[in-house]
Design a protein around this ligand. Structure first.
Ligand code: 1GP
Length: 255
């Protein structure tokens, strides 16, 4: 293991771009879209204005599968390729960075901090840049709510969401991610996004159930600074839904 400090290149890139306005991350599941298919989605998404590619999102992605997708994606896009991890087993040195995320409202301490103690040396050894992030699952939570053994935050409990988000900031995390769950019937409530943004001093990421330009516009107006979408491209490719979402992000940053 080397003790060299991380360069922070991806974090600097994200902060730099956030100065211009909101961002969009495209989440690709290498299990559903392996290798070249992942690269094809990434290339199309970046051409439409997406700012980073997240790889992850289902259970049991191997380091090899992740590595193959990361390699293919990095061949065709310049934006960072970031692992959205499910555990140390899905890490690969072929990506640029990893969301080093604590699942704040899990009942399972492994997902809050214990797995991180095992993963951290691996992250260092792989020369992956860790992006410290507080991950908060809001109802309905979908699969991550179940697998993550989460006490989901009720959709009306904006005070609890504010408390968790502020705690993440005070603990030194660099982003807070409000997650309704992949494939959620509707995104995180606007009122909650507004309330969290009103108290938070670090960038607010919102994901889960974003399918249309209208969803995106409403969340951006409520204060979301990074939108994450996955299912819309897995299901419809780079169709109207995805184009509408990216159109709203570009409009909000004046592109
Ligand atoms: C899931 O927030 C992401 O972790 C994306 O959700 O698949 O619903 O876009 P969707």
């Amino acid at each position: 293991m080397t003790a060299e400090p991380r360069s922070g290149r991806v974090l600097s890139y994200l902060h730099e771009r956030l100065r211009r306005g909101p961002l969009h991350f495209t989440l690709i599941d290498p299990d559903k879209s392996p290798g070249e298919r992942a690269a094809e989605i990434a290339q199309g998404a970046v051409a439409l204005g997406s700012d980073a590619i997240l790889l992850g999102g289902s259970t049991g992605i191997s380091s090899e599968g992740m590595g193959e997708a990361a390699e293919a994606v990095r061949r065709v896009v310049q934006v960072p390729t970031i692992i959205f991890p499910e555990g140390p087993g899905s890490l690969t040195p072929k990506a640029d960075a990893v969301l080093f995320m604590s699942l704040l409202n899990s009942r399972n301490l492994d997902l809050v901090i214990r797995t991180h103690a095992k993963a951290a040396p691996v992250v260092r050894q792989m020369h992956l840049e860790p992006i410290p992030l507080g991950y908060l699952v809001i109802a309905p939570g979908m699969r991550v709510g179940e697998v993550g053994q989460v006490d989901v935050v009720a959709r009306g409990d904006v005070g609890l969401a504010q408390g968790y988000a502020l705690a993440a900031e005070f603990l030194g995390m660099r982003f807070v991610y409000l997650e309704a769950g992949s494939g959620a019937p509707s995104p995180v409530p606007l009122e909650m996004v507004r309330a969290v943004r009103s108290v938070l001093g670090i960038p607010l990421v919102v994901g889960g159930g974003i399918r249309t330009g209208e969803d995106a516009r409403a969340l951006l107006e409520a204060g979301a600074q990074v939108l994450v979408t996955g299912s819309v491209t897995e299901e419809e490719g780079l169709g109207d839904g995805f184009r509408g979402i990216l159109g709203e992000v570009r409009k909000a940053r004046g592109d």
